[in-house]
Design a protein around this ligand. Structure first.
Ligand code: G6P
Length: 772
């Protein structure tokens, strides 16, 4: 049966039933009322007869009673009258009363209640006769008077009432059916038809080509779920096709599915635990409600697809002001918010802890220490103390999350957690722990200025595997360990042995997730250009782009000087080339970063004032956070992308730009001081300190013949596709899973033994530094 029939049928049944019950109740009431009226009339007539008999004094003269009652009957509306004597035998009866009436009247007289009348209806042919019996006390020799009326009108009126109700019911049902049909058609059948047509288009043309279901549509919420589902199916299909293509081509490209299978094969269903300071999703208060923000971070860009592929738990600092509003009682929530695939466990830090650990030791100490960018590291004992405490907090959170997992696999991320590997490993010797250092590792002399170098090195050597982006960083690290810590280093196998535990040191060049066929960007590069022109409020022949956190390692001032020189040397590019710099303000709790933001803005303003016109600016600087969806049109529109870091572990912007260039064109200008420069040989490699060279590179990028541009881009795209983040994760996780880890029984959870500020004389942490 069709849905509309079922709906209307149910409505008709429901409305009909309710109306019937009410009608029945109503008619019964009316019938009762008519009988009561008739009973009232009978009582009045009995009283009247009673008074007549009393007044006439006839009661004693029994032989005259029949004539008296007959006279009375003829005057009244009664059909008959019966008087009963003290023995309840008829004393007088009007003629022509049917037998059934006489019998019923006698029965009523015999059972009459002491204090009132009683009545009943007797059917006589097609007549209904109402028989009423009433006790009398003031007539000598008589006890009951029974009066009979014709009650056929009650039946007639009741039947009329049923007829009226039936007509009303039919009209009601007709209206209900009509309204229901209109409602069903407008509210269900049409929206279902529209949604079905939309689904058909979605299935035929894919999620990228079909406009979303109209606003206000009843199935809108369903549509967004279906769109997610379709996108997942599309990417699964694309991945499967890619896999098939790769198998066919004997290719070695890694996909999310391949990584998932690889991880499952290596570690079974055991979850992966990732620890980083920066969280992948931050909740910030926006007009009273929490809004999700994906922070600007190369680490997040790289790890997010890995966690999506492998599930597991990501432990990170809950730094958003609305982060606490959306977690459960264990500070957990499932992410990504729109399609949860893994668990995020947030760790809470006080403002003081955050200032000391994150702003202070990590970003004013280790960050400038590891980057050769001419900003002096600042080492405060109080900051280091916070760093130790924060490492302990994160270790506690990881141990808590992993308590039910045997041989957990823990991937610690970055310079915020140099002490974490030792803390975890001491509590869970069965754990496999890797730390990946996302920033450069300087030479031993440079690192040696850190007052707590030994303790940091010892913490790092708690890991089974220490990873860097490049072999040069591995060399520097092993060299630093060899010179700074009591240990045995093995340069042949790249290991360090300390306290009879072995740590492997390996390069794992990080990357981005290559976009698959089937998940192509929704826009062409021409459409992207239009978007960019709209946003910058003007147009030009060539667009350049830079996407960076505003950080002194990124060489932003140097980039702007290179651009200035470019316009100076080749003034015919004025008003024809615009460089858009997206600069996400970063670490603004630190004075040096605030100053830099100011300097970068001033420098752009100075150059714009020098060359700009009312309608054109050489540099469009946008200093706000952009999500990847906002950045992508800039990548797709830009003829040239500039990455001019003074020192950078890898730099994923370079790789993101390459992967966004699906149409195969575009030139990358890349600093020789980035890890990426080792892989992307087809970029125009520059020394960002060399302003002249930088200016020349911009010119060369713009003037490069299209065949050369395409050939270079194609090689770079192939390199990034083959060395994407899934391969990175597969080799890191695979490398860690393959290591032989001797696992003695776990001791009680360790804590750093001292709260005393450590000094340079403390030396490295020994087992005795941990207490149960
Ligand atoms: C670098 C670090 C990351 C960090 C990112 C953003 O890429 O290696 O660990 O997340 O910068 O910095 P932030 O301080 O904002 O996390």
């Amino acid at each position: 049966m069709r849905l509309s029939h079922r709906l209307i049928g149910s409505l008709v049944l429901g409305v009909g039933l309710v109306s019937l019950i009410f009608a029945w109740n109503d008619i019964r009431g009316r019938e009762r009322q008519l009988r009561a009226d008739m009973a009232g009339r009978a009582t009045a007539e009995v009283r009247s007869l009673d008074q007549t008999l009393v007044a006439a004094g006839e009661a004693g003269r029994r032989e005259r009673l029949p004539a008296t009652v007959e006279k009375f009957r003829a005057r009244s509306q009664a059909v008959g009258v019966i008087l009963y004597d003290a023995a309840l035998q008829p004393a007088a009866t009007t003629p022509a009363l049917p037998e059934a009436v006489l019998a019923r009247a006698h029965a009523l007289a015999l059972n009459i209640p002491i204090d009132g009348p009683t009545a009943d209806i007797v059917h006589d042919g097609d007549r209904d006769l109402f028989v009423d019996a009433e006790p009398v006390t003031d007539l000598p020799g008589l006890t009951v008077i029974s009066i009979v009326h014709d009650a056929t009108s009650i039946r007639r009126q009741t039947a009329d009432a049923w007829r009226q109700q039936a007509v009303r019911l039919l009209i009601q049902l007709g209206v209900v059916v009509a309204v229901a049909m209109v409602l069903v058609r407008w509210s269900f059948i049409r929206p279902i038809a529209r949604t079905t047509a939309w689904l058909r288009e979605l299935r035929t043309y894919g999620s990228g080509a079909v406009a979303p279901l109209g606003v206000g549509e009843i199935f809108k919420p369903l549509a967004s779920e279906v769109t997610h589902l379709v996108r997942s199916l599309e990417s699964a299909r694309a991945a499967a096709q890619e896999e098939a293509r790769l198998r066919e081509a004997g290719d070695s490209v890694w996909t999310a599915e391949r990584l998932r299978a690889h991880v499952r094969e290596r570690i079974g269903t055991s979850p992966v635990f990732v620890v980083s300071n920066r969280e992948p999703y931050m909740h910030v208060r926006h007009g009273g409600t929490p809004k999700v923000v994906v922070p600007a971070s190369g680490l997040v860009t790289a790890l997010e697809p890995v966690l999506r592929a492998c599930a597991g738990t990501w432990v990170a600092h809950g730094s958003g002001d609305a982060d606490r509003d959306v977690v459960d009682t264990h500070s957990r929530l499932r992410v990504p918010p729109e399609q949860p695939e893994y668990m995020l466990r947030r760790v809470w830090l006080s403002k003081e802890e955050e200032e000391g650990y994150y702003d202070g030791f990590a970003n004013e100490g280790l960050w400038p220490l590891c980057h050769i960018a001419h900003t002096r590291p600042i080492f405060r004992t109080s900051d280091y103390s916070c760093y130790r405490e924060a490492n302990q907090k994160f270790a506690d959170a990881v141990l808590d999350e992993a308590r039910d997992t045997t041989r957990p696999l823990v991937l610690v991320q970055d310079y915020h957690f140099a002490l974490l590997p030792r803390l975890i490993k001491s509590a869970r010797p069965d754990a496999r722990v890797a730390i990946f250092w996302h920033i450069p590792w300087p030479n031993p002399e440079a690192f040696g200025i850190c007052p707590w170098q030994s303790e940091l090195l010892d913490g790092l050597l708690g890991a089974d595997l220490v990873g860097f982006h490049t072999q040069a960083h591995c060399n520097n690290f092993l060299d630093t360990v060899e010179r700074g810590l009591e240990s045995q280093t093995d340069w042949e196998h790249f290991t360090a042995r300390r306290h009879n535990r072995l740590t492997h040191v390996r390069p794992f060049p990080i990357s981005v997730a290559a976009r698959h066929a089937g998940t192509r960007a929704a826009t062409t590069s021409d459409e992207a250009r239009e978007t960019v022109f709209r946003q910058i409020g003007g147009s030009c022949e060539w667009i350049g782009v830079g996407v960076d956190r505003v950080d002194y390692t990124k060489g932003l001032i140097e980039r702007f000087r290179g651009l200035e020189r470019f316009f100076e040397k080749w003034s015919h590019y004025l008003r024809r080339f615009t460089f858009v710099q997206i600069g996400a303000p970063s670490r603004t709790g630190i004075g040096r970063y605030r100053e830099l933001l100011h300097d970068v803005q001033n420098e752009a303003a100075r150059i714009n004032a020098r060359f700009g016109t009312a309608a054109w600016k050489p540099i469009v600087l946008v200093t706000r956070h952009h999500g990847y969806d906002e950045i992508e049109p800039f990548y797709r529109a830009a003829d040239v992308c500039a990455v001019t870091s003074l020192h950078d572990g890898m730099n994923l912007v370079a790789k993101e730009y390459v992967m966004a260039r699906e149409e195969g064109d575009g030139v990358l200008v890349l600093s020789q001081f980035t890890g990426a420069a080792r892989e992307l040989n087809d970029a125009l490699i520059v020394n960002p300190y060399d302003t002249e060279q930088l200016a020349d590179a911009f010119r060369r990028a713009i003037e490069m013949p299209v065949t050369e541009r395409r050939a270079r881009m194609e090689r770079m795209r192939r390199a990034v596709s083959e060395h994407n983040v899934y391969r990175w994760a597969a080799s890191l996780i695979g490398g860690l899973a393959d290591l032989r880890v001797d696992a003695p029984p776990a001791p009680a959870r360790p804590r750093l033994a001292t709260t005393r500020r450590p000094t340079v004389d403390d030396g490295p942490l020994a087992e005795s530094d941990f207490v149960a």
